[in-house]
Design a binder for this molecule. Sequence first.
Ligand code: SF4
Length: 83
Amino acid sequence: MSGERICRRCLLFESGREDVLLDVRRRIEKIPDNEKCPDEIYKSRLTLCGECEHLIDGTCLKCGCYPEFRASFLKQKCPSKKW
Ligand code: SF4
């Protein structure tokens, strides 16, 4: 065991995984506007993720995605149908 703390129900920006967060933000910037989720919907999706039992250390264990990235696409869906 590394002894590192696992952050349950933490999104990437809360998990301290700065390198991954930076990479995800760069990828989000490249999403075409017509595919991007509007801010208000994006925030409500991440609120639901932040309350979800499947979110561990910035990763959704249900599908293996980073919710900050997945939720950025308007047409994407939560694998547990929460959004
Ligand atoms: S995408 Fe869905 S299942 Fe995954 S953490 Fe978010 S709410 Fe939970």
